[in-house]
Design a protein around this ligand. Structure first.
Ligand code: SF4
Length: 240
């Protein structure tokens, strides 16, 4: 555990030293995200932390935002989608458009997640993610630092070598707040209508957009560059 912590903190410090205020951590508030928030705050790394409120999050995620605020102060910057873009999309396709086709689901993720994230990354040089190698079969080759051609940034992955077991050991050891949906077998938690609990042995990403064809990667397009899906398929998220 100490080794994993040292490795993560060293990479975070390296990123901060290199990029200063042009570094941002986009946090999904998943279990590994909570560990990262704790490390950033515990070691006073002064890294900007942002998270997305898509407008469709489950209540336990909002409860977690409040719990984090109580524990660490006002360090979490909550991003929202453009109200006009959401309004136009909902007017055209309906509030539950994501249930009707893969294209609609991708549009919804674009408007509610990808566009606000792009805005937050504008002018940045680098971003941090909480991606881990053990999260999905297509994440086995995550490097510490990657080029992100989609956003034109460096991407730092300090949690890549942590396993789910390591993450939960850290959370328990430090009594960190976490999303209570994890206690109900939710692994990857995103928007309320697009997230479900999984069964023993299922891929963690099986809890997202499960009604789509199983060949469609369960990704939202936030980390397209690091995976190998055909062009046009959204890829790997931070769990958002
Ligand atoms: S996860 Fe679902 S509700 Fe959330 S932005 Fe994507 S399609 Fe829309």
């Amino acid at each position: 555990m100490k080794l994993l912590m040292d490795e993560a903190v060293t990479l975070l410090q390296e990123a901060k030293d290199k990029h200063g205020d042009k570094l941002v951590y986009s946090c999904s508030l998943g279990s590994q995200g909570i560990v990262l928030i704790d490390l950033i705050c515990r070691y006073n790394l002064d890294i900007r932390i942002v998270t997305l409120d898509t407008g469709r999050l489950p209540q336990p995620t909002y409860d977690l935002m409040d719990a984090l605020r109580e524990r660490y102060g006002n360090m979490l910057h909550i991003l929202f989608p453009d109200a006009g873009a959401v309004q136009a999309m909902v007017h055209e396709y309906g509030v539950n458009l994501f249930q009707k086709s893969v294209e609609n689901r991708k549009l919804c993720c674009q408007v509610r997640k990808v566009q606000p994230l792009k805005k937050a990354l504008h002018g940045m040089e680098a971003w941090i993610t909480g991606r881990r190698k053990d999260q999905a079969k297509n994440r086995g080759d995550i490097a510490p630092v990657e080029d992100d051609p989609v956003y034109g940034l460096k991407k730092y992955n300090p949690m890549r070598n942590w396993t789910e077991k390591d993450v939960w050991a850290y959370i328990r050891e430090h009594d960190l707040p976490y999303n209570k949906l994890h206690d109900a077998f939710y692994v990857s938690i995103g928007c309320e209508p697009c997230t479900r609990a999984i069964s023993m042995g299922e891929d963690p990403r099986a809890g997202r957009w499960w009604w789509e064809n199983k060949d469609t990667l369960a990704e939202c397009g936030l980390h397209v560059s690091s995976l190998k899906a055909p062009k046009g398929e959204g890829e790997s998220g931070d769990g958002i």
